[in-house]
Design a binder for this molecule. Structure first.
Ligand code: SF4
Length: 328
C-alpha cells in the first residue's frame, strides 16, 4: 500500500501552490487515464491535487469570436455544446469517436490533451520502456508494433498519441492556455505535444507544475467546413489506427484555406503542412487531394508491422477532403 495525500483545490492559485512543480505531484481531473495508470503501477504519485472543482468548467465565446473551452469541461459536455457543434463540428466528432459514453462523462478537456500513450509495453512493468523508465530500452521497436508510429518516431520510442480531440484541435490552430510557477502562457496545440527524440518520457512541452486552464479555438474562415474521421479495429471504444481532421474553405473554385491533421501516426497530432501547401490555391478534386496527401506521407518510415497505416491514412484523408468539397 502506497500512501497518497489528496487535496481538493478551490482556485487555480491554490492548485498550483499545492502542486508546487514537484515530481511526485499530479493534478487529478476525471482520472480516466491517471487512475488506470496508478492501478498498473505506471504512475506512482504521492500527492494528488483535485482540480475538478476549479471554475474552469465552461465553454464560452470571447469578443474576438474565438471559443474558450475550460480545462475541466467534460468530454460529453464539450461534444454536445452548441458552440462546438455549430462552429467546430470536427471537434465534436473527434470527441464522440473516442472512449465510451461513461468515460466521456468523466474525462476532461485538459486531461484529454495529457493522456499517455496506450503502447502496451508502456503499461507493462515487466517490459523495457524508455517512456516509463528512461534509458531502459523500447520493447516495441522489435516487438508487436502494428499500432505504432510511422511518422516522426525515434530509436528511443515509436509510440503514438492516443487523443482524438488533440488531432481536431491541431487542425483548427487551437491554443492551450497554461498557468504555473512561471505565470501564464499560451502554446499552440501543434507545438504542445512533442516528438519523442531522445526524451520520450516527455509527452508535451508542459513545465513542472503547469496546469492547463483552457483551450482556445479561433474562428474558422467564413464558409469553411470541417470533418473528423477515424479508422479503428472495431466499431466503438478503440484508439485510432489512423484518423484525419480537416478544415477546408473553397471560394471561386480554389482552395483558400486548408488545415489537415493526422492522428494515430505519430507521437503527436501530425499537422500535414506539406499537403496543405500543395493544396492552397489549387482546384479541389480527388486527384489533387490524393497527390497532396501522398506528398505528406512520403516522409513515413513504417515499422515491421504497420506499413498498412500509410495507405490507410492516405485513403482516409482523401475521402475526408473529397467529402468536404461536396459539402462546401
Ligand atoms: Fe515505451 Fe515508447 Fe517503446 Fe512503447 S514505443 S515501449 S512507450 S519507449
Amino acid at each position: 500500500m502506497k500512501p497518497v495525500s489528496y487535496l481538493r483545490a478551490r482556485s487555480v492559485e491554490e492548485a498550483a501552490a499545492a502542486h508546487g512543480g514537484r515530481e511526485e505531484a499530479r493534478y487529478l481531473g476525471g482520472g480516466t487515464n491517471l487512475v488506470d495508470l496508478m492501478k498498473l503501477g505506471v504512475e506512482r504519485p504521492e500527492v494528488l491535487v483535485d482540480i475538478t472543482r476549479l471554475p474552469l468548467g465552461r465553454v464560452e465565446e470571447r469578443p474576438d469570436g474565438s471559443v474558450c473551452v475550460g480545462a475541466t469541461v467534460r468530454n460529453s459536455d464539450l461534444a454536445a455544446h452548441p458552440l462546438i457543434r455549430e462552429r467546430h463540428p470536427l471537434v465534436s466528432q473527434a470527441v464522440l469517436s473516442g472512449a465510451s459514453g461513461q468515460l466521456r462523462n468523466m474525462a476532461t478537456t485538459g486531461g484529454n490533451l495529457l493522456q499517455r500513450t496506450r503502447c502496451a509495453y508502456f503499461q507493462d512493468l515487466s517490459k523495457p520502456c524508455n517512456k516509463r523508465v528512461p534509458g531502459s530500452g523500447c520493447a516495441a521497436i522489435d516487438g508487436v508494433n502494428h499500432n505504432h508510429a510511422v511518422l516522426g518516431h525515434s530509436p528511443h520510442c515509436v509510440a503514438t498519441n492516443p487523443s482524438d480531440l488533440s488531432v481536431a484541435l491541431a487542425a483548427v490552430d487551437a491554443v492551450v492556455e497554461l498557468t504555473g510557477p512561471g505565470g501564464h502562457r499560451t502554446v499552440p496545440v501543434t507545438e504542445f505535444h512533442r516528438l519523442p527524440g531522445e526524451h520520450p518520457e516527455r509527452d508535451t512541452v508542459i513545465r513542472p507544475g503547469e496546469l492547463i486552464t483552457g483551450v482556445v479555438l479561433p474562428p474558422l474562415p467564413a464558409g469553411a467546413v470541417s470533418r473528423y474521421r477515424k479508422a479503428r479495429e472495431r466499431a466503438s471504444y478503440a484508439f485510432a489506427l489512423a484518423s484525419v481532421a480537416a478544415v477546408l474553405q473553397v471560394r471561386d473554385g480554389e482552395i483558400r484555406h486548408v488545415g489537415i491533421a493526422f492522428g494515430g501516426l505519430a507521437h503527436r497530432p501530425w499537422r500535414a503542412r506539406r499537403a496543405e501547401a500543395a493544396l492552397l490555391g489549387a482546384r479541389p478534386g480527388t486527384e489533387a487531394f490524393a497527390q497532396a496527401v501522398h506528398a505528406e506521407l512520403d516522409a513515413a518510415q513504417p515499422l515491421r508491422d504497420n506499413a498498412y497505416k500509410v495507405s490507410l491514412a492516405r485513403d482516409l484523408a482523401t475521402q475526408v477532403l473529397d467529402s468536404l468539397t461536396t459539402s462546401a
